[in-house]
Design a protein around this ligand. Structure first.
Ligand code: HAM
Length: 422
């Protein structure tokens, strides 16, 4: 039925009522919880210089190599639509002086990755992310996981699973890569073409391959922690101890490496069974990012809001649809009633009452139909007769009762029901 001309770009969606109300309630809940933990909102541009992402995420990651929407602007500069939020936030905080190194910030908004669209994977999707700057500290990592779980349960989600691992320090990286290369060498011919390239360029990426053949090879590898220093292993154990103290259940997954190169020490992913192959609701970890001669250290996460909403809808079904608020619809019969109603609608709105004036000038029947379609709870009708008497016909759309009221009675009737409580 619908022509392709009216469709958004593949992998992107229009977000419209009633779902958009769901998004707003998730956002309101998130703001409340993030405030409890002392996080302030930050809004960075959707466009950054391409090198902001290349430097932060790593040149050989899938995101940088294959998934960025990059283009040259009119001045010949390479710009990129942000594929994630951390890099832009670090660009800002690195320029902010010492307080940037201990900031606690959150962000919310669209991200862009040119991936093959499928269920749960979009080209424009939305993340809610948070970053807590500061040097490595297992308590900070545990607190970040606690925050994420409080957010997810606050939204009404149950049954989330946490997978935890460590990437070790940058100093561990050489021996981890060597260890993995040695262990994978005898199996290289069993890997797909893409994974053979990864084996050469960035062997850690082989670990999060989705190829079935690669996955069975990966399952037989020793855990990455076996190639790390004892200190790195102890750091992970300390995080686990703290999570235990907070009664947070996690599953250590020795093959979890995450797809971005800025991670050091703790990494995690939160998954949910109600999602298919793309089952990560949220991912995060500790990172170290070098930008403009500064080293930014912190811990953070981002959750995919489309995926959160998918699970919420599956768990709650129709019953949890938001209930629309009261709406007053004003019907005018005749030119002079319409002019007076123009003033009335403004008066009511200034008093915090949600209302619409029918602007169509159509018949009474047509205006009542429009009121119904808009979900009006009360209709005010004013015609020549009411104008003469200084009254209004007030009809409740809930029980169909109609009464004639004077202005003072009308205001009294509407005010207690519709006072704006923002
Ligand atoms: P990420 O794992 O790339 O991490 O993305 C985080 C979440 O965004 C995923 O768990 C998923 O829910 C959602 N997501 C990612 N790609 C898509 C897509 N194509 N369609 C729908 N949802 C998607 C990051 O972005 C890091 N910046 C997280 C972080 C913050 N680490 C430290 N601080």
């Amino acid at each position: 039925m619908s022509s392709a001309e009216f469709q958004p770009i593949q992998g992107m969606s229009d977000l419209v009522p009633p779902e958009v109300t769901r998004w707003q309630s998730v956002e309101a809940q998130a703001r409340h919880i993030l405030d409890l933990y002392g996080f302030d909102e930050i809004r960075t541009p959707l466009l950054e210089r391409t090198e902001v992402f290349q430097r932060s995420l790593g040149d050989t990651t899938d995101v940088v190599q294959k998934e960025m929407y990059s283009f040259e602007d009119r001045g010949g500069r390479s710009l990129t639509l942000r594929p994630e939020g951390t890099a832009g936030v670090m660009r800002h905080l690195a320029g902010r002086g010492p307080d940037g190194q201990e900031a606690r910030v959150f962000y919310w908004g669209p991200m862009f990755r040119s991936e093959r669209p499928q269920a749960g994977r979009k080209r424009q999707f939305h993340q809610l992310g948070a970053e807590a700057l500061g040097p490595p500290n297992p308590a900070a990592d545990a607190e970040m996981l606690a925050l994420q779980l409080q957010l997810l349960t606050g939204f009404g989600l149950t049954g989330c699973q946490v997978q935890l691992n460590t990437r070790g320090t940058f100093e561990d990286r050489g021996s981890v890569e060597q260890g993995l290369r040695d262990a994978l060498q005898p199996h290289v011919s069993e890997l797909g073409a893409d994974d053979q390239r990864r084996f050469k360029e960035n062997v850690l990426r082989v670990l999060d391959s989705k190829e079935p053949a690669t996955r069975s090879v990966v399952a037989s590898l020793p855990p990455v922690t076996s190639f790390m220093s004892p200190d790195s292993r102890r750091y992970l154990e300390e995080v686990e101890r703290m999570l235990n103290l907070l009664s947070i259940d996690v599953q250590v997954n020795p093959r979890l490496v995450r797809g971005l190169d800025y991670y050091v020490h703790t990494v995690w992913e939160i998954t949910h069974d109600a999602l298919g192959a793309q089952d990560a609701l949220s991912g995060g970890g500790r990172y170290q990012i070098e930008l403009g001669g500064k080293t930014m250290e912190g811990v953070g996460f981002a959750m995919g809001l489309e995926r959160v909403l998918t699970v919420l809808l599956q768990e709650e079904g129709e019953a949890a649809k938001p209930i629309p608020g009261n709406l007053v619809w004003i019907v005018s019969l005749g030119e002079s009633a319409f002019r007076e109603n123009l003033i009335l609608v403004q008066t009511l709105r200034l008093r915090g009452i949600r209302c619409r004036l029918d602007l169509s000038g159509r018949s009474m029947k047509a205006q009542m139909r429009a009121a119904n379609r808009a979900g009006a709870t009360t209709v005010i009708i004013r015609g020549e007769q009411e104008m003469e008497k200084g009254t209004f016909q007030v009809k409740s759309m809930e029980d169909g009762k109609q009464e004639e009221l004077a202005m003072a009675e009308l205001l009294q009737r509407l005010a207690p029901l519709h006072v704006h409580n923002a």
